[in-house]
Design a binder for this molecule. Structure first.
Ligand SMILES: [Zn+2]
Length: 78
């Protein structure tokens, strides 16, 4: 299964947040939720110089990347 790089997530207030807005300082101040499946996401590689930061699913879930991208696209257009 191809790994989708999740660059956006909802926070607990359903605000769309970009991984670029996550810092080592604020990463634990919010809960992040997948746009596609509604499961918890966690930020990874924050502040890393070697890996591109992204969200990943806290638990292994059957998440459709297409649903995620579709919903994200709709959100970003608004
Ligand atoms: Zn998901």
């Amino acid at each position: 299964m191809a790994e989708i790089k999740y660059q956006y997530a909802y926070d607990e207030s359903k605000n769309l947040v970009s991984i670029k807005d996550i810092t080592k300082e604020n990463r634990n101040q919010h809960q992040y939720i997948c746009i596609g499946c509604g499961s918890p996401l966690l930020p990874r590689a924050i502040g890393s110089q070697y890996r591109r930061p992204h969200f990943y699913h806290k638990e292994l879930v059957d998440c459709s990347g297409e649903t995620y991208l579709h919903k994200l696209a709709k959100k970003l257009i608004k």
